[in-house]
Design a protein around this ligand. Sequence first.
Ligand code: SAH
Ligand code: SF4
Ligand code: F3S
Length: 447
Amino acid sequence: MNKANNLQKRKYYIETWGCQMNEHDSEKMSGILESIGYIETNTPKDADLIIFNTCLVRKNAELKVYGNLGHLKTLKNKKPEMLIAVCGCMTQKKEIRDLIKEKYSHVDIVFGTHNIHKLPELIANARQNSRMIIDVWEDSGNIIEGLPAKRKYGFKAFVNVMHGCNNFCTYCIVPYTRGREKSRLPEDILREINELSAQGCKEVTLLGQNVNSYGKNLDKKVSFAQLLRMVNEVKGIERIRFTTSHPKDLSDELILAIKECDKVCEHIHLPFQAGSNKILKAMNRKYSKEHYLNLIEKIKNEIPNIAITTDIIVGFPGETEEDFEETLDVVRKVKFDSAFTFLYSIRKGTPAAKMENQVPEDIKHKRFKRLLDTIYPISLEINQKLKNKVVEVLVEEISKTDKTKVTGRTRTNKVVHFSGDKNLIGKLVKVRITNPKTWTLEGELID
Ligand code: SAH
Ligand code: SF4
Ligand code: F3S
């Protein structure tokens, strides 16, 4: 493609908030846009189309989008032919669509999580109409297969195995924004992974809100453990990851599959959310603290060098000091490699939002700090055991802080920095860990 041609092409810019589901949806939108002749730009002011792919999981995520949408107004005034689209989890809520209509009238297109495949049609409509085009589906019906995706990396890729969630944890908005659980057919998943492998992909991350319940709605039942075993057979793929697992459905069959499949990485992300059984019940998590601790013991016994990470919520309604101590107790007992920690955030439309015994913000913050003070020394202690050990790293990119270094990940999903150049990107290499830290490891390449 010569420069003159490129200059005539329309440019798009996508800003993504939220989880890997959203990141991968953005990759699909890029794929769709490039199939109709758009090219990507990293500069919003150069774009002919700006898409905000939004997240609603916590209040902060939502507020960021409003702030950014407000800023776009000036840009749109200067460049009225530019199209602005908002999609993702926020637009699935009617109140938010109404708010966009009322306060952000410079937005041209609003669509949802279930109809990203309609993007070309929506753009065409918006070019012909001056009014805001709003097209949001309540649920997707069937899964749309065969959408192109422009992936961020060639050597690693997200692959959806299922969409939606049926769990209705009482704090969580996701079941309302992503619809009911639907699994993709194993043959569709395997076809995609085979294609990725043929294009040089080495690592796949299988995505679902609760991958452990994969296959339950298929006519021909297939368990997630069986799916892992099938993916493990795909030639060329060297690493398999998956996220997220739910403790209530993590079976012995799955633990065995993780253990026996050589390509499945030694890492499990298993959110426990809270340690107190009273709070777990109020969260509708459907397991107890004892069940969680037992599971961890089983996993550690079967796969001794596995890394375990988790999600924890602090300050769910009704959480007392004693309840919070139970959360700290789980952290100390399990010894997580790392944890994503969240302050409970009220999400309108979820059952927990209506609970009366909300925890005051200052107490939430104090507990949050105590939680981090408990987690960090454990992460460091675990990482220090890696000193002088040799690990396999898939090199991802030039380090953002030091251009003479590259960054990659171990099979246990730990970030490693070491001296190296761009020729290493996408390669699996051996690295000796020289300086393990709390969140990252420093090392040296072994020839
Ligand atoms: N499906 C995944 C994660 C979905 S959202 C799972 O079930 O584990 C990612 C994390 O955000 C959750 O695990 C939870 O810890 C956190 N989260 C969800 N809703 C929240 C809320 N209202 N306030 C604070 N954290 C929340
Ligand atoms: Fe939300 Fe619970 Fe579903 Fe995860 S399992 S997406 S936390 S409702
Ligand atoms: Fe956010 Fe939607 Fe993911 S609410 S966390 S982007 S599923």
